[in-house]
Design a protein around this ligand. Structure first.
Ligand code: SAM
Length: 277
């Protein structure tokens, strides 16, 4: 069966082999125009208009960020839902969702003054879950809202093929529209960790999902002293083969604080949780 993969970023690259076992990938597509004209393993990355005009059997969504958006974009174009395959992405998402739900229950007794945070928000799909599962806590959200920053990409060459501006196709409004309890949300727009310079209070849960070495490492160092006892920092992409920055950052952080913190996988195949605060 012929497939178009929708999502030519980290997920698209990571899932190439897995999707190829089931489908013949004839093209990738992505809403990020900077990716058009490139290729993944020799498969061309086309703009959505062109890719969706090809003769294909299924659309396989290969991006977790923006998943719901991509799905409704396809449906709006008249593609039947049974032709849109999301399972390659939803398995890890469901595992992360379950982890967060159960962790939030376990943290019910942590004083309500403890906040929650996410650095690396993009369209806010995971932030929405944090807001939902921690309805009484302030949620601090950090993102440039203009994608990866040059200052990080400069140091990124050995870790990934990330490019400046990638994930820039989002907005504060798009994220806020997804929040169930918007009054609890504080947006810090701009370059992290600069935007956290005056951050106060302590935190019982933090999600670091910035894909890159530098902000992940800085995030770990910055939040380390702000975590409550029993607090958890979740780091996405630790096991991602095409984004080696988060793993490098976590390993360095653990080594520098020898024996103090521990990292464990959470069952989504990508993330680790750091405990010991
Ligand atoms: C993979 S996306 C996050 C996905 C999101 N957590 C979700 O649930 O869909 C990575 C995000 O990190 C942000 N980011 C990366 N480096 C950053 C930095 N130094 N400061 C602020 N935001 C950054 C990017 O702008 C991008 O939106």
């Amino acid at each position: 069966m012929k497939a178009i993969c929708f999502g030519a970023g980290g997920g698209g690259r990571r899932l190439y082999k897995e999707v190829s076992l089931e489908y013949c990938i004839i093209a990738y597509t992505d809403n990020d125009s900077s990716k058009w004209g490139g290729n993944i393993e020799g498969v061309p990355i086309l703009e959505p208009e062109e890719a969706l005009g090809l003769n294909y059997d299924v659309i396989v969504i290969t991006s977790a960020p923006g998943l719901e958006n991509i799905k409704s974009q396809c449906i709006k174009r008249g593609i039947y839902e049974d032709k849109i395959i999301t399972s390659f992405i939803t398995f890890p998402l469901d595992a992360r969702k379950m982890f967060l739900e159960k962790l939030s229950l376990m943290q019910k007794n942590v004083p309500m003054s403890a906040n929650v945070a996410e650095a690396g928000v993009f369209e806010g799909d995971f932030a929405k879950l944090i807001n939902e599962y921690y309805p009484d806590r302030i949620l601090h959200l950090f993102d440039t809202f203009s994608g990866f920053d040059d200052r990080d990409i400069f140091k990124e060459k050995e870790f990934s093929n990330a490019i400046a501006g990638e994930y820039g196709n989002t907005s504060v409004e798009c994220v806020m529209n997804k929040m169930t309890y918007p009054n609890n949300v504080v947006i810090h727009q701009g370059y992290f960790p600069e935007t956290a310079k005056y951050l106060e209070g302590n935190f019982c849960f933090v999600n670091l999902d910035m894909d890159l070495y530098e902000p992940t490492y800085q995030g770990l160092k910055m939040f380390q002293s702000k975590m409550t006892g029993g607090g958890v920092i979740l780091v996405h992409d630790y096991f991602a083969e095409n984004f080696k920055g988060p793993k490098t950052a976590v390993d360095q952080f653990l080594k520098e604080n020898a024996g103090q913190f521990r990292a464990y996988p959470i069952g989504d195949g990508l993330s680790v949780m750091i405990v010991g605060f």
